[in-house]
Write a protein that binds this ligand. Structure first.
Ligand SMILES: C[S@@+](CC[C@H](N)C(=O)[O-])C[C@H]1O[C@@H](n2cnc3c(N)ncnc32)[C@H](O)[C@@H]1O
Length: 317
């Protein structure tokens, strides 16, 4: 992408990018039935963040159900819906939202194709449970006749030089030269303070996460819809690959960030972490902080052995 882009304020099939500033339920009413190839989103988790009112869980799920029903209406028969969620947390007790939402999709006749585990390495440090380092993406299709092309998102084989050693194919390479299926466990850095895509929004998902889904589940010029657009990540990922992108964002300041990021992406000026870049490894990068001073085999007054020392570190609840 390297050109000025017009961002439409409401949905119309002849547009390429839409940012609807308002409630997604109003935007969805304007979208014709069976016109969208893919819905991908990360909704509010009912945690009482600045952009949501914390509800009774039942009311939260029924609110989500109404929106999911509308998403089903606008989705093509061959289309996919990807709902990215984590946990609802109440006094340290967690409720996995995908488990609560699964029956909502099932009642609408959706078929679950994968429950993708999105693993990342940074987040809150817990002291009374294991720190949460994954969220999930429920990938459903509307029917059994759905679009799926894994080729654009294949990843390098572990043993690309491996050959058949017997049989009619002996001597030929045994793996797919385009790479292997990436599986359903995706390790992709989450957008924390030092991520190049970080904005003032508290919960962005990374462009590369959405790109993977878009490349496998949509074709060029297809519509990709995000009812909870936040900072515009879905529209950016769609446009980067020649798809059309539309989304709704209820808070004007995030809608403005969306438009700004989409404009910058369109002229190639938005910093984006590239897909398939290996996760940063501080040891490989030679960072000296990776050597634990207390592992010095010769204890000194300054650095006694680990078992003699209390970690100077306090975890959050
Ligand atoms: C978890 S964030 C999504 C962030 C997004 N994935 C990104 O990468 O920036 C959810 C967003 O939905 C917005 N939102 C909440 N309720 C909404 C509604 N009814 N209609 C449209 N947007 C809504 C919130 O303001 C928030 O920005």
């Amino acid at each position: 992408m390297s050109e000025f882009i017009e961002i439409a304020p409401s949905f119309a099939l002849n547009q390429r990018a839409v940012v609807y500033e308002g409630d997604c339920r109003d935007m969805l009413q304007d979208i014709p039935a069976e016109s969208v190839r893919m819905v991908v989103t990360s909704p509010p988790y009912n945690l009482g963040k600045e952009y949501e009112r914390k509800l009774d869980l039942e009311d939260y799920i029924s609110g989500q159900a109404g929106i999911i029903k509308e998403c089903c209406r606008v989705l093509k028969q061959t289309g996919s819906i990807c709902w990215q969620v984590g946990n609802y947390v109440e006094k340290g007790s967690i409720v996995p939202l995908d488990a609560l939402l699964f029956p909502v999709f099932q009642r609408l006749g959706f078929k679950l194709r994968n429950r993708i585990v999105w693993h990342f390495e940074h987040g809150l440090h817990c002291s009374r449970r294991f720190s949460g380092r994954y969220e999930t993406i429920l990938w459903f299709t509307k029917s059994d006749d759905y679009f799926f092309d894994v080729d654009p998102i294949r990843i390098p084989q572990k043993y690309p030089g491996k050959k058949y050693f017997k049989g009619p194919k002996a001597g030929q390479y045994s793996c797919n030269p385009l790479g292997k299926n990436p599986g359903d466990l995706w390790t992709i850095p989450n957008v924390k303070s030092n991520h190049v895509e970080k904005t003032s929004h508290p919960c962005q998902f990374p462009v590369e996460l959405v790109e993977r889904l878009i490349l496998a589940l949509t074709k060029k010029d297809d519509w990709v819809l995000d009812p909870f657009l936040g900072t515009g990540t879905t529209v950016i990922a769609a446009l980067r690959h020649g798809r059309r992108g539309a989304g709704a964002e209820i808070l004007p300041r995030y809608a403005e960030i969306s438009r700004e990021r989409i404009r910058r992406a369109a002229v190639g000026d938005l910093p984006v972490r590239p897909m398939n870049r290996p996760v940063f490894d501080p040891k490989d990068a030679g960072r000296n902080l990776t050597t634990a001073p207390w592992l010095n085999p010769e204890p000194t007054d300054e650095h006694p052995l680990l078992f003699e020392q209390k970690a100077p570190y306090k975890s959050k609840k």
